[in-house]
Design a protein around this ligand. Structure first.
Ligand code: GDP
Ligand code: MG
Length: 370
C-alpha cells in the first residue's frame, strides 16, 4: 500500500515530528523521522490529534471516488426489488428461477431466452422484479465479505418433501446477518410426499414463524415443475418490496456491484453489473475493483443493446481494460484521470498482496522440507 514518512505526516498535520513520534510510540510503534508509516497508521495518528478529514482528503483519492453523496429525497424514485434465491441443494432453486423466467417471457421476446447474464428482470402487473442468480452461497458470502449488499429480499426455497436441511439453516443465517427479509417458497408441492405443514413447523425452530402459524413470515406454496404458485410468489415479492419502500436516485453517477465477469474470446473483458443507484450510460468512465474503463456497449438480460441502465437493472458491460471480480463495487467517475489513478493503485496493491501470499507459500514450503 501507500506510505507516508513521519516527517511528511507531521507537516500535513501541522505538528512537529517529535509530537508525531511520541504519538506513534503511544501506539507501540518505534519510529524515526524518515521512517515510513502506512496510511491506516497515519489516519490513526491524525485522529489521535483530532484531525481526521484533512488528512483523508489529502491522501485518499480512493475515498473520493467511493464516497456516496447523500441523495436529495426529492430525487428518489421507487426502484424494482432485487431478489436472491437461496436454499438447500436440490430443493429447486435453479428450477424456480428458470420457471419464473420462462413464464415471464413476453410475446415480444418469443423465440426464447438467448442471454444468461447471472441476473434477469421480470414484470408482474406492470412492476419489475430483478432476480440475481448467484451461484450458490459462496458467491453470497464473497460479496458480503466485500461489503457489497445486492439483495433486498431473499427467497428461501424449502422442498416440501425434504424439509429444513443444513443449507436451509445456513441460508436463514446469511439472510438474517445481512438483515434481508425472507419469503419462504415451499417447493415441490406437486409431490405426493409433500408435507408443507412439517416445513412450517421446522422453520419455527429457526425463528421463522409463518403467517398461518401466527407469525409474520410470508410462505408461498409453489411447484417449479408444475408451475404452481409462481404468480402468487411474485405478488408477495412486490408486497414486501412495497413495505420496504425501495428507492434510488436515477439522476446521479451510477454505482453498482459486479455479479460476474469473464474474459470473452471475441469481446474482451465482459462484466455483468447490477446498477444499484444512479444511471449508467454508454460512454461513462467506470472503476470496478482494480479495473477501469469506458463503457463501450451495454447489453441487457434479453440480449438487447441498451444506452442506459437504471437502478436495479442488471447489464453486461463491454469496454473494460481487464476482468474485475464478482463482488467488486463499480462506480462511474467523472474525472477520468482520477479513475485511472485509483485503478492503478488498486492493481499495484493487488500485485503486492499476491506477491506477499506467494512469498509466504514458498517460505512455508521451505520449512516443510527442512
Ligand atoms: P437446486 O439445487 O436447488 O438448484 O435444485 P434444482 O432446481 O436443480 O432441482 C433439483 C431437482 O428437483 C431436479 O431434479 C428438479 O427437476 C427437481 N424439482 C425442482 N422443483 C421441483 C418441483 O416443484 N417439483 C418436483 N416434483 N421436482 C422439482
Ligand atoms: Mg441449482
Amino acid at each position: 500500500g501507500e506510505t507516508i514518512t513521519v516527517q511528511e505526516l507531521a507537516e500535513k498535520l501541522k505538528k512537529t515530528a517529535a509530537e508525531v513520534i511520541k504519538k506513534l510510540l503511544g501506539l507501540g510503534i518505534l519510529a524515526t523521522i524518515n521512517q515510513e508509516v502506512d496510511f491506516d497508521t497515519a489516519t490513526l495518528i491524525a485522529s489521535e490529534f483530532g484531525i481526521e478529514t484533512e488528512l483523508k482528503v489529502a491522501v485518499d483519492k480512493e475515498a473520493m471516488i467511493m464516497a456516496e453523496p447523500e441523495d436529495d429525497p426529492a430525487q428518489m424514485v421507487i426502484r424494482p426489488p432485487v431478489v436472491t434465491i437461496m436454499g438447500h441443494v436440490d430443493h429447486g432453486k435453479t428450477s424456480l428461477l428458470d420457471a419464473i423466467r420462462e413464464t415471464n417471457v413476453t410475446a415480444g421476446e418469443a423465440g426464447g431466452i438467448t442471454q444468461h447474464i447471472g441476473a434477469y428482470q421480470v414484470e408482474h402487473n406492470g412492476k419489475k422484479i430483478t432476480f440475481v442468480d448467484t451461484p450458490g452461497h459462496a458467491a453470497f458470502t464473497a460479496m458480503r465479505a466485500r461489503g457489497a449488499k445486492i439483495t433486498d429480499i431473499a427467497i428461501l426455497v424449502v422442498a416440501a418433501d425434504d424439509g429444513v436441511m443444513p443449507q436451509t439453516v445456513e441460508a436463514i443465517n446469511h439472510a438474517k446477518a445481512a438483515d434481508v427479509p425472507i419469503i419462504v417458497a415451499i417447493n415441490k408441492i406437486d409431490k405426493p410426499t409433500a408435507n408443507p405443514e412439517k416445513v412450517k413447523q421446522e422453520l419455527t425452530h429457526h425463528d421463522l414463524v409463518v403467517e398461518d402459524w401466527g407469525g409474520d413470515v410470508i410462505a408461498v406454496p409453489v411447484s417449479a415443475k408444475a408451475r404452481i404458485g409462481l404468480e402468487n410468489l411474485l405478488e408477495m415479492i412486490l408486497l414486501v418490496a412495497e413495505v420496504h419502500e425501495l428507492k434510488a436516485n436515477p439522476n446521479r453517477p451510477a454505482r453498482g456491484t459486479v455479479i460476474e465477469a469473464e474474459l470473452d474470446k471475441g469481446r474482451g473483458p465482459v462484466a455483468t453489473v447490477l446498477v444499484q443507484n444512479g444511471t449508467l450510460h454508454v460512454g461513462d468512465t467506470i472503476v470496478a475493483g482494480h479495473v477501469m474503463g469506458r463503457v463501450r456497449a451495454m447489453i441487457d438480460d434479453k440480449g438487447r443493446r441498451v444506452k442506459k441502465a437504471l437502478p436495479s437493472t442488471p447489464v453486461e458491460i463491454l469496454g473494460l481494460s481487464d476482468v474485475p471480480e464478482a463482488g467488486d463495487i463499480m462506480v462511474a467517475v467523472e474525472d477520468e484521470k482520477l479513475a485511472r489513478e485509483v485503478a492503478e493503485k488498486r492493481k499495484q496493491r493487488k500485485k503486492e498482496e499476491a506477491l506477499k501470499a506467494s512469498a509466504k507459500i514458498s517460505l512455508d514450503d521451505l520449512f516443510k522440507h527442512i
